[in-house]
Ligand binder design. Structure first.
Ligand code: BGC
Length: 355
């Protein structure tokens, strides 16, 4: 008789508390069986069952091992394919001398659809681990058609070489005199923000390689890839020529403090880089002349890239100033970095010549 009133008093007083507890239990029960919980409880331990094909599933049955849920869900279907082998020293995809075409009607859309394996300017060989990761740097202004032809030929060329690569186009904003060398310094510095590239290829926009045995890889020594071009009878222009397309490792380029920033207009900056390389007791190497051949896409001299008449004076002072003029003094402001399918477009303000 005395118990019943006490119990009913308890229920009356605590009814809200009991209601709350009931709701929480219902919610907890619901959550346990909904997929969302799994994400919410990542990091706790759940039972895992290994199936015959080695895939793992969450399970409540007996004989399961226990794994961290984070581990299970960050890799829901473990990759059962064998680990990738290194790509061979010589790619089986190479074709040698190529038949280059320069169709007036070519469009960027066509080049994009021919290169569906490239995303945001970057490519990895699908079946093997590339021997080198290579950033291709192309200084650019007002040469859209040349850029299109180059992208058209270079993407398949680099894919046949089984390289991990990205193409960076470094676009000089404004109308101030062009400065190829400074743009290449910018390209090097910007590309290293994306990835720790092994090798850099400094590439003119109007030169298209004619033979895919001309490997866009770096060597023990800085490499000059343009021995000859159609416009000059495929002859090396002069003994110390180091222009057009060159390949240097990250360390080789860093060691010479990159290019000089002071060559505005056409000429001299490549000779300056050669002097820097020689000062470091490095030796320029070249592939055989029959392989290191390029087609130069015809163009008139650009306005805003007049011959630099000061270049001989600048070259004479290189041995004295190279430590204070280069990567370590390359000031610029990045206006934009865009990533359309086939290249990374870095637009920069590199300032103007000091008079
Ligand atoms: C210039 C170089 C140029 C070379 C070949 C030299 O006089 O200084 O910059 O690459 O000629 O045209």
């Amino acid at each position: 008789m005395g118990v019943c009133p006490a119990v009913s008093m308890f229920f009356r007083k605590c009814k809200y508390m009991i209601l709350l507890l009931l709701s929480v239990s219902i919610l907890a029960w619901y959550a346990t069986f909904s997929g969302e919980t799994v994400k919410a409880i990542q990091g706790t331990l759940l039972p895992v069952q290994t199936l015959a094909d080695n895939t793992e599933v969450l399970s409540g049955g007996e004989g399961n091992s226990w794994r961290s849920v984070t581990q299970v869900f960050s890799n829901p279907l473990p990759d059962t394919s064998p680990p990738k082998q290194s790509c061979p020293e010589k790619s089986p995809l190479l074709q040698g001398a190529l038949n280059l075409t320069f169709e007036d009607s070519l469009t960027l859309k066509e080049v994009e659809s021919e290169n569906s394996g490239v995303a945001e300017g970057q490519y990895q060989p699908p079946d093997c681990l590339a021997q080198q990761s290579v950033a291709i740097l192309i200084p650019h202004r007002n040469r859209e058609k040349h850029l299109l032809y180059l992208l058209h030929h270079l993407h398949p060329f680099l894919q046949r070489q089984q390289l991990h690569y990205s193409i960076y186009v470094i676009h000089q904003a404004g109308e101030v005199t062009f400065n190829r060398a400074k743009l290449l310094n910018v390209g090097y510095l910007e590309a290293l923000k994306d990835y720790d590239w092994d090798c850099f290829i400094f590439h003119d926009v109007d030169l298209v390689p004619e033979n895919d045995y001309n490997l866009y890889k770096c060597d023990q020594q800085p490499k000059h890839l343009v021995v000859g071009r159609n416009a000059t009878g495929y002859k090396l222009r002069y003994k110390g020529y180091f222009g057009g397309v060159t390949a240097m490792t990250k360390d080789q380029f860093h060691k010479v403090n990159g290019f000089s920033n002071t060559y505005w207009g056409w000429g001299g900056e490549d000779d300056d880089l050669r002097i820097r390389v020689e000062l470091q007791k490095m030796e320029i190497i070249r592939p055989p002349p029959l392989i290191a051949r390029y087609t130069m896409v015809f163009h008139k001299r650009d306005s805003g890239n007049e011959i630099n008449k000061d270049r001989m004076r600048l070259l004479a002072r290189t041995p004295k100033v190279w430590r204070k003029d280069g990567l370590n003094t390359c000031s610029y402001s990045t206006l934009s970095v865009e990533r359309p399918p086939l290249y990374i477009n870095v637009t920069v303000d590199i300032g103007e010549p000091m008079h």
